[in-house]
Design a protein around this ligand. Structure first.
Ligand code: ADP
Ligand code: MG
Length: 234
């Protein structure tokens, strides 16, 4: 279980508190107004922002002072997930090991995962030759190959049209979501949460709240969520 224990975060004048567990084997959507601290929370989980106080735990391990690369965590952003000068196979292969020459069994695994995300035959292409949707698939392939138990998604599909975004969300559910994995996905779109997330964490008023089942939070939204849903978001 990924756990924020009495976490207190500070970025400039901005503060955020978080005391919650992220369920394993599920997608949890992080929702809340723009500037509420969703990316700040992901930065702390990933190790890019050191908390002022509190701890970040995964199962029995205290991650609070572990460097980002040594955490059991992969992160996917909206942009800059791929290196433009590396092929799709090399970009995806970085998930296996941070080298450009993989062993033959590792290369076979890369090919298998590229096929799984619908990119069979794209191995030798450069990211610039791919559509936005295909680039998202390549970035997802790298995350799949990294096989980390925690995956953080910071609106990685927000720039795609609705059809492609749905395809990606369904692909995440089909490939990335396993009983042992914890997925935390920032989204400003309630339909994304309803489509892909079993739980919602509302981030608002300097607090990351405890997860609530997606169906119940939208059935009777707290005032701050209702305001945000009613007024156009992010
Ligand atoms: P969200 O992802 O929910 O839109 P962010 O976590 O990006 O919000 O930002 C939360 C707050 O932290 C904002 O008020 C933002 O201005 C502030 N902030 C973000 N990054 C920094 C930084 N590097 N230095 C100072 N303040 C920052
Ligand atoms: Mg953000």
């Amino acid at each position: 279980m990924l756990k924020c224990e009495n976490l207190f975060l500070k970025q400039g004048d901005f503060t955020l508190q978080a005391d919650l567990n992220f369920p394993k084997g599920a997608v949890t959507a992080l929702m809340g107004p723009s500037g509420a601290g969703k990316s700040t929370l992901l930065a702390a989980l990933a190790g890019f922002l050191q908390p002022v106080s509190g701890r970040i735990l995964y199962d029995s391990a205290d991650l609070t002072h572990i460097p980002p690369g040594d955490r059991p965590i992969s992160i996917l952003f909206q942009d800059n997930n791929l290196f433009p000068h590396l092929t799709i196979a090399q970009n995806a292969g970085l998930g296996v090991r941070p080298v450009l020459r993989l062993k033959s069994d590792e290369l076979a695994r890369v090919a298998e995962v590229l096929e799984q995300v619908g990119l069979a035959g794209f191995d030798a292409r450069l990211p610039g030759d791919l559509s936005g949707g295909q680039q998202s698939r390549a970035a997802l392939a790298r995350v799949l190959l990294a096989e980390r138990p925690v995956v953080l998604l910071d609106e990685p599909f927000a720039a795609l049209g609705p059809g492609l975004k749905h395809e990606m969300l369904d692909l995440v559910k089909r490939t990335l979501l396993t009983p042992d994995r914890t997925i935390v996905m920032v989204t400003h779109d309630p339909d994304d949460a309803k489509r892909a997330a079993q739980h919602v964490v509302l981030v608002a008023e300097h607090t990351a709240n405890k997860p609530e089942p997606t169906s119940s939070i939208f059935a009777s939204p707290p005032a701050v969520l209702a305001r945000y849903l009613g007024t156009g978001m992010d």
